[in-house]
Write a protein that binds this ligand. Structure first.
Ligand code: 13P
Ligand code: SF4
Length: 361
């Protein structure tokens, strides 16, 4: 998805009134424009004491720029951990809105900017806070565990926040304490965690429009053509796809698997933005995208999150120039919303999880 324009997404999730969403992908600068643009962004970051925190799914130019300027490119857990108590005055989050909100909740005194404030996530959109609160109120005996991909208001109703890299150890820990869980919003990640831990989990029925598209039958066929390839799967994918995986994990965990496994070929079932880091770190290895086509395929079957694609060099430069696109979270919500996030970060520290990114080395 390059160039400017709007794309229309149609999705339907139980518990969600919204049936359509949109994303506007910024124009990509031509190669000749880039050196001056990148130099300008670098000097504005410095002048404004700002740090760039990017996700592996955003454009490779932004990933490289984050690392070249002392920022980070990583998964959602490491993004939150890196931004927390970072000395920079301004945090620029190149990702989707829940990532910007998490940074603001953890750093309410700081300016948090995003290249585009309309960079959504279907999991967040599919879990409106009023409906979610009503759901939780029906089950007061359950510990509420929400995925990072949710709004500030949903986090404020939760006991724990988790990301895909820490969901298993957190739920295992809660199960050992005899807790019953109410899980939201990703049904596929919840299904995987339940299967792995045997915990009692009541699920909200949300899903990711990108990972929902991976097709098990076509993946098995591709694997048949590449029998030595290892299959790397993000747990937001459907169960039948997860079943075919050699490794299931967060984006950081999948990159580590690509580095560490003794294989030359990999089939990757997650947003194809991740291939930039995999190919940079493992130039001698061969990475194939897991198939999304097949019965029921539609315009979102491209293995790339339309909202992550809203981040570009041009709108990054613009927010630094204008100070526009600041993330605001209702100050009344922050004291409650910060608790499940801090609980996760403290637990991650105890078990030695946050990694501060992988880096290019
Ligand atoms: P990670 O935390 O694994 O990077 O996942 C974030 C996400 O939105 C995946 O779709
Ligand atoms: Fe949300 Fe899916 Fe995009 Fe991740 S890839 S931000 S889960 S819509």
């Amino acid at each position: 998805m390059t160039g400017s324009g709007s794309i229309r997404l149609v999705y339907e999730h139980p518990g969600c009134d919204t049936s359509t969403a949109w994303a506007t992908v910024p124009r990509e600068p031509v190669e000749a424009e880039k050196p001056e643009l990148i130099a300008r962004i670098k000097s504005m970051l410095k002048e404004q004491n700002a740090v760039l925190v990017a996700h592996y799914y955003v454009h490779s130019d932004l990933q490289d720029l984050a690392e070249a300027t002392g920022g980070i490119v990583s998964d959602s857990l490491d993004m939150a951990n890196f931004g927390y108590r970072h000395p920079a005055k301004t945090i620029i989050v190149a990702g989707v809105r829940f990532m910007g909100e998490t940074a603001k909740i953890l750093n309410p005194e700081k300016r948090v900017l995003m290249p585009d404030l309309y960079a959504e996530c279907s999991l967040d959109l599919g879990c409106p806070s009023a409906e979610f609160t009503a759901f939780c109120d029906q089950y007061p005996d359950r510990t509420v565990v929400v995925y990072a991909n949710t709004s500030a208001a949903v986090k404020a109703r939760a006991d724990w926040m988790v990301t895909s890299s820490i969901a298993l150890p957190v739920v295992k820990h809660l199960k050992e304490q005899g807790k019953k869980i109410l899980w939201a919003p990703d049904r596929h990640l919840g299904d995987y965690v339940q299967e792995q831990t045997g915990a009692d989990m009541l699920m909200w029925q949300g899903s990711c429009i990108v990972h929902d598209e991976y097709k098990a039958k076509e993946l098995a066929e591709l694997k048949g053509k590449h029998p030595r390839a290892k299959v790397l799967v993000h747990p937001e994918s459907p169960r039948a796809v997860v079943k075919l995986a050699d490794v299931v994990g967060s984006t950081t965990q999948l990159i580590r698997a690509a580095q560490n496994l003794d294989a030359k070929e990999f089939i990757v079932a997650t947003d194809n933005g991740i291939l930039h880091k995999m190919r940079t770190l493992c130039p001698e290895k061969y990475f194939l995208e897991a198939p999304t086509v097949g019965a029921g395929a539609n315009c979102v079957s491209c293995s790339h999150c339309p909202w992550m694609a809203m981040n570009g060099l041009l709108n990054l430069a613009e927010v630094l120039e204008t100070g526009r696109n600041e993330i605001h979270v209702d100050p009344a919500i922050i004291p409650r919303a910060v608790q499940p996030i801090q609980r996760m970060l403290e637990f991650a520290k105890q078990i030695g999880l946050p990694t501060q990114g992988i880096g290019n080395a």
